[in-house]
Design a protein around this ligand. Structure first.
Ligand code: ATP
Ligand code: MN
Length: 292
């Protein structure tokens, strides 16, 4: 499926002219069009995963924002409710199965999509690790890139693959595909040890704990996206921030030409995907191995 043949959706948008990013003139319709363009690339990172959703019914300038893990009143039926097998009697979680589900999210003013690092086929065995690099004040962008490359080297030394995306906010996410085998506790312990080893070897650059006081001048390596029920923004998800930035998957060599963590936006990503020869994360799950 090419971006020029967008997938069809049965979900109709009410008020397609509603402004979600008013300063950029980005409407609900424009958001749906963006997701139609990136859908073929985005599918594996958003379909059949428990989702946390950031909804801003009146757009990013509004104080009204809801971070939702559960259904809301009038929710479109293309957003599925699904029981957490470890909490069978608890409130159901949310999932989408197809492009209709994604358009239903747009219709509901979901401006950020945060999946778990697991599919609902295999809830106890994560299929990715996300390491989140959060630079403190006064940290140069080039230092964030260096940190990502160091993480990649450490992951590869362990026989694991490493992919990189912008967060669309302040930093980079280094993401490792896993064959589902290790459980949540093992995956989180591994992510923790990785962050600790970076910090132990270069304490002047890296922190593995969220001690805000020391954050200035350091990069915080947040491994806490990797516990059961934790989330990280999806590849290609928009962010509810000025400029309509997106979390953009990149090839490692591309990092050198990227001006910053919010360089990719709803406005420029579809053209980039259409004019580049390949999907930067095209072999993501082919590169998965079990965490041993
Ligand atoms: P940045 O580059 O700005 O750090 P990020 O995507 O790495 O962006 P945040 O957007 O700050 O980080 O998200 C931090 C964590 O909190 C993520 O796990 C995300 O899923 C979760 N999260 C995001 N927004 C909310 C919210 N409103 N309430 C609760 N959790 C949230
Ligand atoms: Mn971050």
């Amino acid at each position: 499926m090419s971006p020029r043949n967008p997938p069809a959706a049965d979900v109709s948008l009410t008020h397609p002219d509603r402004l979600y990013w008013p300063d950029e003139g980005v409407t609900k319709q424009a958001l749906a069009d963006y997701y139609a363009a990136v859908w073929p690339f985005m599918v594996p990172y958003v379909v059949n995963r428990p989702l946390a959703l950031l909804r801003l019914p009146d757009g990013i300038k509004s104080q009204q924002r809801f971070f939702q893990k559960h259904a809301w009143k009038g929710m479109n039926p293309h957003i599925e409710e699904i029981a957490d097998p470890q909490d069978a009697d608890g409130e159901k979680l949310l999932r989408i199965a197809d492009f209709n589900g994604l358009v239903a999210l747009v219709q509901s003013a979901v401006l950020e999509i945060h999946p778990w690092g697991v599919t609902t086929d295999n809830w106890e065995k994560p299929d990715m690790i996300t390491m989140d690099l959060d630079p403190g004040e006064d940290v140069a962008w080039s230092a964030v890139i260096t940190a990502a490359i160091e993480l990649k080297a450490r992951l590869e030394a362990r026989g694991l693959a490493a992919f990189v995306k912008t967060s669309g906010g302040k930093g980079l996410h280094v993401v490792t595909p896993l064959s589902p085998k290790a459980g949540w506790a093992e995956v989180k312990d591994f992510a923790h040890s990785l962050a600790e080893s970076m910090s132990a070897d270069a304490p002047e650059k890296y922190l593995a704990t969220a001690t805000k006081a020391k954050r200035g001048g350091h990069i915080y390596i947040d491994y806490l996206r990797n516990g059961r029920g934790n989330t990280a923004v999806a590849a290609y998800s928009t962010r509810a921030r000025p400029g309509a930035p997106v979390s953009m998957p990149l090839d490692w060599p591309d990092l050198d030409e990227v001006s910053g963590p919010a360089a990719f936006t709803l406005g420029n990503v579809p053209h980039r995907l259409e004019t580049r020869p390949k999907d930067p994360w095209g072999n993501f799950f082919d590169a998965a191995v079990p965490l041993e």
